[in-house]
Design a protein around this ligand. Structure first.
Ligand SMILES: [Zn+2]
Length: 490
């Protein structure tokens, strides 16, 4: 991404001209004096309404660009998320038409600061520059990406550079989620973590193999991994961007590399996307990549319990009881509620080893979270109002939105077991995403501020939409970077 002022635009194939929608039709959202003569009669004709994401093409003669694309932003009150989506729509037009160089005019927004506008536009452009095409034959339709995007009217040039650094983590997560389950194994996730540690000296990777897990008595992670031909692993990535501070955020990400459901086997229509059940772990690893690229002055440790939940004669069995790393015993009432088991061991081991000031876990945990909130918002659970509010605010800023759900102690009775300390799946289907969070809470020390994000709906969407041109979204990385930056500025 490059920069220029409106009067000194470089030559390009296209200029994107943003418009607001008003009662009287579309009006210009940016001022470019040299285009006024061309633009005014077209807008006056009234064919273009300025609806968010709407586009209309016009041809220019004797101007810096050959073509002009009107881009609707919606009403003047449009949000940063609206800007992201609108500029992603412009990107799609450019990609379809294979225009290599594009001047994107930034809108003058009545409420948003120019830096926020720059950020939203650069995020919309960068997020929609990713597709997953590794399996498309060369002769097939290869996607086209613009070669040069010039942001016209941006003041702070560090903002798009920052966006691209964050996107390096988001796209890593998207790749890990999109790829085949038999390629992205627990060991392959470990290798990705080691690659980051090699690229950034401030990052340290530690991987506990099966033997080490046995030594540490991680009974739940081992139980889930028992039916797989691949060993489970606990992947830890420490980023020390503030070596003199002892403040530490621990991010735990669920890394189930394929979830068959175990002996409680998933049926058709529920099993097809289960390679994406490591979306939380991918986001935790991508977060470290982003934080290290940004050189954030904070300390973060990512802890990813990674395993397949497969099925064979050695699979862990419904009705059996296993002992967690924390010492608590768990009755397995459903082998498909495996995510909370591996997270429980990662949470208690991570707390013991790293003594973090706060914990955030991310997991594609329950279908119930998708039933409740769809793909628009992740379910947020927390034992700390301040941290929860910060997360909600970061969600609105980044467009990775969350919705807080309850953790009332009354729900605990749904997890009572007659033979163990707790059962792993609720007695009833009711409140499924809450009982999962209640289970996790049993493994978090009460005094430690903790957030659990159920990203089952937001991590991998049904179909490409807005600025996501592939199903894996990398949800959580932009949200957590925003949160962690806010925390460190306090
Ligand atoms: Zn499962």
């Amino acid at each position: 991404m490059d920069f220029a002022t409106p009067s000194k635009r470089p030559k390009a194939d296209l200029v994107v001209v943003p418009c607001f929608k008003t009662k009287k039709g579309a009006v210009l959202a940016a001022t470019v004096s040299d285009l006024k003569g061309a633009v005014t009669p077209i807008l006056k004709a009234g064919d273009f309404n300025g609806e968010e994401g709407a586009t209309m093409l016009a041809y220019l003669t004797g101007k810096t660009e050959k073509r002009l694309l009107f881009l609707g932003l919606g009403e003047e009150s449009c949000t940063m998320e609206g800007l992201r989506r609108a500029y992603a729509a412009a990107m799609k037009r450019c990609q379809n038409k294979k225009w290599p160089t594009v001047n994107f005019l930034l809108p003058k927004h009545p409420k948003l600061a120019v830096d926020d506008v720059t950020r939203a536009v650069s995020e919309g452009i960068a997020l929609s520059s990713y597709v997953f095409d590794e399996w498309k034959s060369k002769e097939g339709k290869k996607p086209f990406f613009i070669k040069k995007a010039n942001l016209i009217g941006a003041k702070n040039k560090t903002i798009p550079a920052k966006t691209l650094k964050i996107l390096s983590g988001v796209n890593l997560a998207r790749n890990l989620i999109n790829r085949n389950a038999l390629d992205i194994t627990p060991q392959a996730l470990g290798k990705e973590a080691e690659k980051i540690a090699t690229a950034f000296p401030v990052v340290k990777a530690t991987i506990l193999n099966k033997k080490a897990l046995e030594k540490e008595k991680m009974g739940l992670l081992l139980a889930v991994g028992n039916g797989s031909s691949m060993d489970p692993a606990l992947i830890m990535l420490e980023y020390k961007g503030a070596p003199r501070s002892d403040d530490l955020t621990m991010v735990v990400g669920k890394g189930v590399t394929f979830d068959t459901g175990g002996l409680n086997l998933k049926p058709t229509n529920f099993i097809e996307d289960m390679r994406t059940d490591m979306g939380g772990g991918a986001a935790a690893i991508g977060l470290i990549q982003a934080a290290a690229s940004l050189k954030l002055k904070v300390n973060i440790v990512a802890v990813v319990p990674a395993t397949e939940n497969a099925m064979d004669a050695h699979s862990y069995k419904p009705g059996d009881v296993y002992r967690a790393h924390s010492g608590k015993t768990v009755e397995i009432t459903n082998t498909d509620a495996e995510g909370r088991l591996i997270l429980a061991d990662a949470l208690s081991y991570g707390q013991k080893r790293f003594k973090p000031n706060r914990i955030i876990d991310m997991a594609t945990l329950t279908g119930a979270a998708v039933v409740a909130l769809g793909e628009e918002r992740a379910a947020l659970f927390s034992n700390n109002d301040t941290l929860a509010k910060l997360c909600e605010k970061a969600g609105e800023t980044t467009g990775e939105k969350v919705w807080r759900m309850p953790l009332d102690p009354e729900y605990r009775s749904l997890m009572d077991s007659s033979i163990a300390d707790i059962r792993n799946a609720g007695k009833k289907r009711a409140a499924g995403c809450i009982t999962a969070a209640i289970f996790l809470q049993e493994f978090v020390e009460k005094k430690t501020p903790w957030i659990h994000l159920d990203i089952a709906g937001t991590g991998f969407i049904d179909a490409p939409e807005h600025y996501h041109l592939s199903q894996a979204t990398g949800f959580g990385i932009r949200l957590l970077i925003e949160m962690i930056e806010c925390l460190s500025s306090k």
